[in-house]
Each structure stands twice: as C-alpha cells, then as structure tokens.
Design a protein around this ligand. Structure first.
Ligand SMILES: *Cc1c(COP(=O)(O)O)cnc(C)c1O
Length: 280
C-alpha cells in the first residue's frame, strides 16, 4: 500500500533565539505532510489493521469516532482507496448539518451511523449487526495501532535526540514511540484530555479538555504559524507546541537537550472553527 510518501517527511529545525541561549535544539517531524487527507499519525495506526483486512478478504471496515475525528476521515479515505466499503459509528445524534469532518467522510464513501452518547458507551455491542465487517477500534487504538505507531521511529535516527514529544489522545502513538525508543531516549506525551495522568504524561496543557480551546491557544497558533510557517490544529498539535515551548521556557529540559516534536497532522479539525479565527 503506497498511499503515503514516507520518503518526503521533513524534520525542520525550529528557529528560536531563546533556544540557542539555553543550548537546546528543537526539530519538528512533519507527519502532517505525508498526505493531504490521511495526514499524520492516523496512517501509522491504521497500517497493520489494513494489512489484516487485505489478508482476510474483507469487503468492509467499521470504526468509531466523534463528529470531528481525524481517524474517521483517514479510515474513510483509505477504505475507499482500497476498494472497501466503510462504516463509521458516530458518537452523538445526527445534527441538522454534518460537521466538515463527516462531510469529508461521506465524500469518501463512508456510511455513517449515529448513536447516542449512552449507546456509544456500549459500542462494543454494536458490531454484532455488522459481522461481515472488519472492526478497527476507535482512534486505531489497540496492539496493531501501537505496532504501526512504533514505525514512526524508523523515520529518523532516534539516537540523535534526547526527548521526543507528541500529543496524546488514546495514548496509542505514545505507546508505539516508547516501545521503539532507544534506551535513554525520553518519550513525553502532552495530554489533550482533562484528567489524564500517567508516566511520561504531562497533563497541564489540555486547555479545559478534549477539543476545548481559548483565545490564548488560538493566539499562540497564529503567532507560531507566523514565526515558523508551521500550521497546527487546535485539538492536538496546537496544545503540543504550546506545551513544548512553555516547558522549554520553564527549563523542564536540561541544557544540551535535543528535542523532536511530532507534528501528528490533524489539520482538517480546524475546519470546525469559524472562518478568520486562524490566519492560515
Ligand atoms: C488522533 C491524534 C492524536 C492522538 O493520537 P493517540 O494515538 O490517540 O494518542 C494526536 N494528534 C493528532 C493530530 C491526531 O489526529
């Protein structure tokens, strides 16, 4: 499956005088550039599930997500590219107008089934009705997702870095990176959900919870883009870069550190913001 071009992935140095003073280098792994639709970590998490789909001669894939889920779009697109039918079980009642994310998913042939938040909690019971479909867990979580995410480590010489930072939703990407990390390399996750705690997790940058935002975050995203040319999304990567720079300012990383920040994509999520809020 050659849907994405992994040989084009860049690592970009963050230009910053403040960092030079602290003797710290920061680079960004631009996974957002691997594909204009299946951007970022979702491709890695889907990869081994899709291999099983192919081997098992399934005709359809079924997965789960919210109305703004990057995973839903990525699954719809890759499903269509592989000639599969795709079914998305969507959390929450059918709104009068579909979110931009779900409009995209429908464009790529996904059949949407809306269930209430109550039903969604018991979503593992739903697939009974779709016995023919291959089930991919929400967000591509699960062992195949972790294995796929550990492939991100193959994209760069990991011994060149002291710290790797990524945004954390289900934690699948962080688990994959941690599993593949060379000894001594610290993998740190910035949680985008409220109330998430654990080793290797920094929990102070969720901005109120999943997909919550405030003016400070939006202002940061705009100025970060103006300074670096790197677009971020308000659900995941905006919080990651905000956190990384704040932690740097607070001397969280010792002098001599070399950081790699994983830009995990997800820029389509910004389509749910009112026009003009972001200057890119
Ligand atoms: C889904 C997603 C994440 C979170 O990945 P997990 O493996 O669920 O922790 C991070 N960044 C972006 C852009 C995403 O779409």
């Amino acid at each position: 499956m050659n849907l994405v071009k992994l040989n084009t992935i860049d690592r970009e140095k963050l230009p910053c005088k403040e960092l030079e003073k602290k003797n710290i280098e920061v680079e960004v792994l631009r996974l957002d550039k691997i594909h204009h639709i299946i951007s970022g970590n979702k491709w890695f998490k889907l990869k081994y599930y899709l291999e099983e789909v192919k081997k098992g001669s399934y005709h359809s894939v079924l997965t789960f997500g919210g109305a703004y889920s990057n995973h839903i779009v990525a699954t719809a697109f890759t499903g269509q590219a592989m000639g599969l039918e795709s079914i998305g079980i969507i959390r929450g009642e059918h709104a009068k107008t579909l979110s931009p994310t779900l409009i995209e998913a429908v464009k790529y042939g996904m059949r949407l089934i809306f269930i209430s938040r109550e039903q969604y909690k018991k979503k593992h019971e739903i697939p009974e009705k779709f016995k023919e479909a291959f089930i991919i867990p929400e967000g591509g979580a699960g062992p195949q997702g972790v294995r796929g995410a550990s492939g991100i480590m193959d994209l760069f010489p990991s011994e060149s870095y002291t710290h790797i930072l990524c945004a954390v939703g289900t934690g699948t990407t962080l688990a994959g990176l941690t599993a593949a990390a060379a000894p001594g390399l610290k993998c740190i996750g910035i949680s985008v959900l409220k109330g998430m705690h654990g080793t290797n997790l920094v929990s102070d940058y969720h901005f109120g919870g999943y997909a919550k935002k405030n003016q400070e975050l939006l202002d940061f995203m705009n100025s970060f883009y103006a300074e670096t040319g790197i677009p971020t999304d308000f659900v995941y990567t905006g919080k990651l870069f905000y956190a990384a720079l704040d932690l740097l300012r607070k001397d969280f990383f010792p002098s001599g550190s070399k950081l790699l920040l994983i830009h995990s994509g997800g820029l389509q999520g910004n389509l749910s913001l009112p026009k003009g809020m972001l200057h890119y």
